[in-house]
Design a protein around this ligand. Structure first.
Ligand code: GLN
Length: 477
């Protein structure tokens, strides 16, 4: 039977003639069917994926060198455009909408020989931490189907966890890649803001959004990242800094890095005691292995969640104004109404509850009279966070923290309490607020049987250290 361990092993098997791309695609199509109850995919591009696989198999038989992602079976979160295919942000307002162009990341995947197998379920417009806000139902955690996958990129995480594709792309505005990676026991990386072009990514909060990668191994994440990163004339926020060879970095010489952790993060009362203890034990193990690991004060921790929700909802209220029933998506069936009523009815019918809540909140914090008290204040906090971060990285190579304060919770457990749900983001929103890269590496198992990860962060554009250190941490496991 076909088995996938890593892209490198898959490529060796292809070149030895032990498998084919068609066999790989068939394997995933069968598994997706078998595991349909997980609700990870919104659509599978079965026929097309098989056709593309056959073309790649034929190419290989001519003996040409294979491209970096040759035959790699990839899933896309339903917020990343793939020309000629539906993209809906798991929202009814975009049901039936097809993309007329490729996201730059999609284009780069295809250019590198990847096969796109389908689009994956997520929270509506990437707003959520449990995938319960999808218009198409929650994604189930394959480790325990009573529990959430995490969100918002839940379908993309569970697809890698349950072997429904090799790697997937998600998006991460405040943890949407790292948090479901933590809940499902896989690798999830959010690169530096601007490392991957956002062109063709449906916007939630543009100064936070970044495409991220889910994989089984750190090396696979590195390979996909170096393939899809880089400048883009369609996105002026995409950095022009050269992309390093992250695969070379992952396999580079071992280094005893200087690591900081925030005292307040570890001592936070919302942090599950078993998670705290296992992370403290890991800190001791790192010290014993020759690393410098030191506590640093972080008195701004209590402000990160409110700051994140003020700024992202403000940006969302503006970004989502384009979905008006005229230019995009769902239009109310009510006839003979004026334009304002048409907008109101289309948006009321099309958006789900959480998206409406955030549009209202964002519109409120931007309104005259409240703007300075909320929006300006939050921008000031964002600035303080950046200054603090620069000061930490002047002395340390990396910061570590829990990824999430608790392991995957039960479906329905937190859905009535948005504040409680927002607090689950306490460790993941900080890297997005300051733009630094961050990863969740699957190092731990909770006594309740669920996996959880360690979040590692490095300075802007230092993905090489981030990935190298992650690899070392996995080896120390
Ligand atoms: N859970 C966070 C939120 O609901 C993060 C979402 C994301 O990263 N897209 O906003």
């Amino acid at each position: 039977m076909f088995r996938f361990h890593s892209i490198k092993d898959y490529h060796i098997a292809l070149q030895n003639g032990q498998t084919t791309c068609v066999e790989a695609v068939r394997f995933y199509i069968d598994r997706i069917r078998e595991q349909a109850h997980l609700n990870a995919y919104l659509e599978v591009f079965e026929q097309e994926a098989l056709e593309q696989a056959a073309i790649l198999d034929a190419q290989r038989s001519t003996g040409t060198e294979i491209s970096p992602l040759h035959g790699v079976v990839v899933g896309l979160k339903d917020v990343i455009c793939y020309k000629g295919h539906q993209v809906t942000a798991a929202s009814k307002i975009l049901s039936g909408f097809s993309s007329i162009y490729h996201a730059t990341a999609t284009q780069k995947l295809l250019d590198a020989g990847a096969i796109i197998i389908g689009r994956q379920n997520c929270d509506e417009f990437a707003m959520g931490s449990s995938n319960e806000n999808s218009s198409y139902g929650p994604v189930k955690n394959a480790r325990d189907t009573e529990r959430v996958s995490g969100g918002s990129s839940g379908g993309s995480a569970v697809s890698v966890q349950a072997g429904l594709c090799m790697v997937s792309l998600g998006s991460d505005t405040g943890g949407s890649v790292r948090q479901p990676a933590d809940f499902t026991g896989i690798v999830g990386i959010k690169p530096t803001y601007g490392r991957i072009s956002r062109y063709g990514l449906i916007a939630y909060a543009s100064s936070f959004d970044q495409i991220g990668i889910f994989s089984n191994t750190v090396e696979d994440a590195a390979l996909v990242l170096e393939t899809i990163a880089g400048p883009d004339s369609f996105d002026s926020t995409a950095s022009t800094l050269p992309v390093e060879s992250y695969t070379a970095a992952v396999n580079g010489p071992e280094k005893k890095y200087r690591i900081a952790y925030f005292k307040e993060s570890i001592e936070h009362p919302a942090l599950d005691a078993d998670i705290r203890n296992q992370i403290l034990a890991k800190i001791e193990a790192l010290k014993a292995a020759g690393y410098t690991v030191e506590p640093v004060g972080f008195d701004l921790l209590e402000y990160v969640v409110p700051t994140y929700y003020v700024l992202t909802t403000a940006e969302a209220s503006s970004n989502l104004s384009r979905f008006d029933g005229v230019r995009y998506g769902h239009r109310t069936a009510t006839e003979n109404i004026d334009l304002t009523t048409l907008y109101k009815a289309s948006r009321s019918e099309g958006f789900g509850e959480e998206v409406k809540r955030r549009i209202l909140l964002g519109t409120f914090v931007l309104s005259e009279g409240y703007f300075d008290a909320y929006f300006t204040k939050a921008q000031q906090v964002r600035r303080l966070l950046k200054e603090k971060t620069d000061a930490v990285f002047a002395q340390y190579d990396a910061i570590i923290s829990p990824t999430v304060p608790s392991p995957a919770f039960r479906i329905g457990e937190k859905s009535d309490d948005p504040i409680e749900m927002f607090l689950a983001d306490i460790y993941t929103v900080y890297p997005n607020l300051v733009g630094i890269p961050a990863i969740s590496v699957p190092l731990f198992t909770h006594p309740n049987g669920m996996p959880f990860g360690l979040q590692i962060m490095t300075k802007h554009f230092d993905e090489a250290t981030l990935l190298r250190l992650s690899q070392q941490m996995m080896a120390l496991k």
